[in-house]
Design a protein around this ligand. Sequence first.
Ligand code: BJW
Ligand code: ZN
Length: 241
Amino acid sequence: MSENPLLRSARARLASARSVVVLTGAGISADSGVPTFRGADGLWRNYRAEDLATPEAFDRDPRLVWEWYNWRREILATKTPNPAHDALVCMEARTEDFHLITQNVDGLHRLAGSQRLSELHGDIWKVRCTSCRVVIDNRDVPLALLPHCHTCGGLLRPHIVWFGEALDEQVLTDSVRAVESCDVMVIVGTSGLVYPAAMLMPAAQAHGAFVIEINLDPTPYSSDVALSLQGRAKDIVPLLL
Ligand code: BJW
Ligand code: ZN
């Protein structure tokens, strides 16, 4: 069977690119068995974002929010990177200037070995003190509730960006700078609905980048990108190499 010409074209673009940015979302980790947010089996089917993923929800009921994160940490502790995560590690190794930007908080890119990585929405394996703001690695599963800071006794919260919260300024600035100067941007497994991550694709395009999308389903990006490849991340991303 002959190869999809779109795939061949994507591979050629990437092979000749000096600077590549990849933006990933929950879809890349779906192939490792991690639930996505939206869609038929997504987390938001059973939980309301505003009850769990906002600072107001945490102020109202920190135990409920922590129970949800504990449940997710339990699931994630059993998951490992898949061939799509691994292929991005290879892409980084062979690309002169490579930057991986992820919306995922699951840590699977780091576990796979990606180095130049910006985690836009934080890291589920870190906790942050609501009083002294110290950020600490924590892989306890489950985490005893409610967790408190060893330094000041303040209540700890997940080191995650919730709705209505600002992203880390440096992380966002680095990401915007990267998309504004890349030759090729690859977007993998994101619905493209959450800002400011959703503005990165138009920013790249406005600066002349060739944008490739990989997603199981069509997204708001699909009709605007240079090349849209439909399928599972774990099947398609390795074929880009
Ligand atoms: C596959 C696949 C397979 C499946 N292979 N593909 C402008 C306009 C409108 C609203 C706003 C705006 N600017 C800001 C807002 C508000 C808000 C927002 O964007 N709301 C929209 C939802 C309307 N944004 C914010 O509040 C952000 N903060 C902010 O802007 O602050 C401003 C500020 C400035 C100064 C001071 C104070 C404030 C923060 C956003 C934080 C988002 N955090 C979350 C939750 C964290 C909780 C947690 O994880 O515990 O991050 S939301 C959730 O969505 C999570 C994800 O990272 C994010 C993106 O989701 P993603 O990755 O796209 O997943 P899905 O499920 O949506 O899609 C999966 C895709 O994969 C699908 O397309 C599938 O088809 C595909 N797929 N299997 C390939 N095998
Ligand atoms: Zn503290």
